[in-house]
Design a protein around this ligand. Structure first.
Ligand SMILES: Nc1nc2c(c(=O)[nH]1)N[C@H]1C(S)=C(S)[C@@H](COP(=O)(O)O)O[C@H]1N2
Ligand SMILES: [Mo]
Length: 326
């Protein structure tokens, strides 16, 4: 029998027992002792290679050198790098979680980030210049999606406060608006999903939030530059807020004197607000926020107010108001 026909042997050619044993022999040759792996192989014969390379989206990523900042310690193990790269939200490409399958055509070089609006020194940064010249550090953070999945990852990035300092905001600036890329040719959902005019994805923070020590502009994860599905080449990380605040693939950061509209709050104002601080006591209209599910392990953990970062950020929300948690 030809080896390449091992999954498609005509039943007439072989007894069921023989098929059973030949499969087992094949699995044994692959290094699987038992038969447990059989359904897995059946579903995806190339699983091992897929896990290694994720269709090419995890290979050829540059290593980033950065100072390790141990100030933000975790209360849980790091999520497996491949698991984190296989379950993402990036609605420009798909509303599914297997974003890595759809980002091959996304071009992330050359890439510029314009810093505009109410600042003394507006300027355009080339991403590679930014990576070369900014003080990069690695921090481990928890991440909590509003959909209740969670992870813990080491981001490499620059404190947003550092960038804010360099462009010197005018005294009247109170908020920052973030804008993601717009390119229908590369991101098919920008031409069809939701209202087309809502794209590009946009987000916002108050200046006080943006200059909080936790706010990070990430250019890497797990010691390497960001894979596309995580928001290459630069994305926002605000670990005390629901994940949708962490806008990916940023092209513009602009300073303003008013609260900017945000993508999800425009799309579903009853479900997603501007503030979006994590709070287990405030349920999403369609599901509970009491607990979260860790990527990779599936472990359930109780959710924590401000995702456990209250010591750093609770003072930003005094007196506490319910709207801070939508
Ligand atoms: N441009 C853009 N940024 C985005 C999103 C998106 O769809 N588009 N999804 C957000 C949501 S809902 C979450 S939970 C995080 C997910 O980040 P990760 O996929 O790197 O884990 O990205 C956020 N940033
Ligand atoms: Mo999310």
């Amino acid at each position: 029998m030809a080896r390449s026909n091992r999954f498609t042997l005509p039943s007439s050619e072989i007894t069921p027992e023989a098929a059973f044993f030949s499969r087992r022999a094949f699995l044994k040759a692959l290094g699987f002792a038992g038969l447990n792996a059989w359904p897995l192989l059946n579903a995806c014969t190339n699983f091992a290679a897929e896990k290694r390379e994720l269709g090419g989206t995890l290979v050829n990523l540059k290593t980033l050198t950065a100072r390790k900042n141990d100030r933000y310690s975790l209360d849980r193990p790091l999520t497996d790098r491949v698991e984190a790269a296989k379950y993402n939200n990036f609605y420009e490409f798909t509303s599914g979680k297997d974003v890595w399958r759809s980002v091959e055509r996304f071009v992330t070089r050359p890439w510029q980030v314009a810093v505009t609006g109410m600042v003394k020194k507006p300027r355009v940064f080339d991403i590679d210049e930014l990576i070369r010249t900014m003080p990069l550090e690695e921090r481990t953070y928890r991440h909590r999606c509003v959909e209740a999945w969670a992870m813990a990852v080491p981001w490499t990035g620059l404190p947003l406060a550092e960038l804010v300092k360099r462009v010197e905001p005018l005294s009247g600036a109170t908020h920052i608006r973030f804008l993601s890329f717009l390119c229908k040719d590369q991101a098919p959902n920008q031409g069809g999903l939701f209202t087309t005019e809502l794209w590009p994805y946009h987000e916002g923070l108050t200046l006080a939030e943006a200059t909080n020590e936790l706010a990070l502009l990430a250019v890497g994860v797990y010691g390497k530059e960001l894979p596309k599905q995580h928001g290459a080449p630069i994305r926002l990380v605000t670990p005390w807020k629901y994940g949708f605040k962490g806008i990916k693939s940023i092209v513009e950061i602009s300073f303003t004197d008013r609260q900017p509209p945000t993508f999800w709050s425009s799309l579903g104002p009853d479900e997603y607000g501007f503030w979006a601080n994590v709070n287990p006591e405030v349920d999403h209209p369609r599901w509970s926020q009491k607990s979260e599910r860790m990527l990779g392990t599936g472990e359930r953990r109780p959710s924590v107010i401000f995702n456990g970062y209250g010591d750093y950020v609770a003072h930003l929300y005094r007196p506490p108001r319910l709207e801070y948690f939508y």
